[in-house]
Design a protein around this ligand. Sequence first.
Ligand SMILES: [Zn+2]
Ligand SMILES: [Zn+2]
Length: 250
Amino acid sequence: MIATKSYAALDATSPLVPYDFERRDLRADDIQIEILFCGVCHSDLHQARNEWGGSLYPMVPGHEIVGRVVEVGSDVKRFKKGDLAAVGVLVDSCMSCDHCKKDLEQYCRNGATVTYNGYERDGKTLSQGGYATQIVTKEHFVLNVDEKLDLAAVAPLLCAGITTWSPLKHLKVGKGMKVAVAGLGGLGHMGLKFAVAMGAEVTLLSTNPSKEADARRLGAHHFVHTGDKNQMKKKCRNFSGDSEHHFRTA
Ligand SMILES: [Zn+2]
Ligand SMILES: [Zn+2]
């Protein structure tokens, strides 16, 4: 077993505390990563504080993980020692149901294994996340990371990033399209930057007018203070073409 140091929530109300535990020994398709950075996702707070109910303790939060490979199992193909690697929200699934076979492991018929606050495939070992020194993860759920990137900035891409990237790609956002992003938070600022980079005309909607300067700095073409009735009136029906083309960010 692999000795691991971490910060864990032991219950829903007390502060996180230093917590030693063990990661499993590597299976043939596992990768051991020394964690260098881990983002703090708002879901970490919700789950550590049991705001969604059913939280499992002790809980090591963190599912925006980037680090360096320190060991690989005998069947691992895409990684070798010393490579950079990243882990997001999922770490395992049954790999054999129809959804898993279509690369839709998040919809695994037998329940996907989330990075923390869930159970490993044995149904009894708690999965533990990235506020830790090490993680051992099945290669299928590990992403390659380019050495040229700023690793601290890569970490949030693993949850906030993919959450906003996915709908924009799914809807084939590009030149000639209008995108409205609701809120300039952890997800909203990523959605804004992606949509701008994809060539869309982007409006940032916010309850807080002080967000305008940052929104413009990140490339927003328009800014609407949603508390201002006149501004809202002007934009009325501006984005109402197809309800499927709307998405919200937290
Ligand atoms: Zn998250
Ligand atoms: Zn499955």
